[in-house]
Design a protein around this ligand. Structure first.
Ligand SMILES: [Zn+2]
Length: 159
């Protein structure tokens, strides 16, 4: 499956603000997306956990994100088919944006685990200086090996 992740400018700007605030600390959270067509996901919101930013896996219990998720689903009209959780993101300050073995293992555990999450994207980002924004994405699918996902940067303010 060829998977595409769309990152719009407002999302990138918000992420960069969090990254600069965190400086050398690794931060991350969950990604929420609108499915444009099957396999094409536009990121429309994300959470930021700036407190547990140690190099670790960011596989989270959705219960811990209840207020964030509730607010998102409320705002998107509980249209779970089209607007839903799509995966995880975290930063690699001063490191290549290549998922570590631990990162990939966490994602594989997520999609092959007992939670009803059959697929998920991992986005790894870095912005060490304000103009910089680099990112890579991998797609994880139950029963299949991880595959690179294409990222499309869009200069779009409204979606
Ligand atoms: Zn990582």
């Amino acid at each position: 499956m060829n998977v595409e992740v769309i990152l719009n400018l407002p999302i990138i700007d918000r992420m960069k603000t969090s990254l600069h605030r965190a400086a050398d600390r690794e931060i991350g959270g969950v990604l929420m997306a609108r499915q444009i067509v099957p396999g094409c996901f536009e990121i429309i919101d994300f959470s930021v956990d700036e407190l547990t930013g140690e190099p670790a896996h960011f596989v989270r219990d959705p219960a811990l994100h209840n207020s964030f998720l509730d607010e998102f689903f409320e705002r998107t009209g509980r249209d779970y088919e089209n607007c839903n959780y799509i995966g995880e993101w975290h930063s690699h300050p001063r490191l290549p944006v290549i998922p570590s073995i631990t990162d990939l293992g966490s994602m594989e555990n997520l999609v092959n685990g007992e939670r009803n999450i059959p697929f998920a994207v991992l986005l790894v980002v870095r912005s060490d200086i304000p103009p910089e924004f680099v990112a890579t994405a991998t797609f994880h699918h139950r029963g299949a090996p991880p595959a690179p996902a294409r990222i499309s940067f869009k200069n779009r303010r409204h979606s």
